[in-house]
Write a new protein. Structure first.
Length: 162
């Protein structure tokens, strides 16, 4: 993580809330915990977390990501997640080559009628092209499970209808 991304760097450097750093594909998940506890982190799994004493973080398999978030929420009540992402732009050759002013794509008129906007666009069809931006870091604080489902609504049978 580059220090130029100050929000993510500040989150990574704080010590009171656990942090999971999910890097690009092929790299292990980095974990910072308020207290060191390899056995808790391992949770009986076959793989043993690796401690980096110099940089003060654990390395664990990415496959642990979802389960570890759930466990961290149960144990600490909140967890920061830092992930790499690439912003996606959607436009189309139909927009780039348009003659009028009406634009309905996500470029909001920036590329409308201007010809190919340059860069590496993946053209799917005349009406769809995608461009992936540079890699950036996304940082979010999770304080509850997103899949908590509300209690099912009671259905009234024919006798219960009015």
């Amino acid at each position: 993580m580059k220090k130029s991304d100050s929000k993510s760097a500040n989150v990574w450097d704080q010590k009171s809330i656990p942090v999971l750093f999910r890097r690009e594909r092929g790299n292990p998940l980095l974990v910072r915990l308020p207290r060191l506890d390899r056995d808790w982190l391992r949770d009986g799994k076959r793989r043993i977390p690796r401690w980096n004493a110099k940089l003060e973080y654990w390395e664990v398999p990415v496959a642990w990501f979802d389960g570890l978030i759930r466990r961290l929420l149960e144990e600490f009540g909140e967890v920061y997640v830092v992930e790499v992402y690439r912003e996606r732009q959607i436009c189309a050759p139909a927009c780039w080559n348009a003659k009028g002013f009406h634009c309905e794509c996500s470029c909001m008129g920036a590329n409308h009628g201007a010809g190919h906007p340059g860069g590496e666009w993946y053209i799917v069809s005349e009406t769809l092209a995608v461009h992936w931006g540079r890699r950036q870091y996304s940082c979010r604080l999770i304080s509850e499970l997103p899949d908590k489902k509300p209690a099912p609504k009671k259905r009234l049978g024919a006798a219960g209808r009015q």
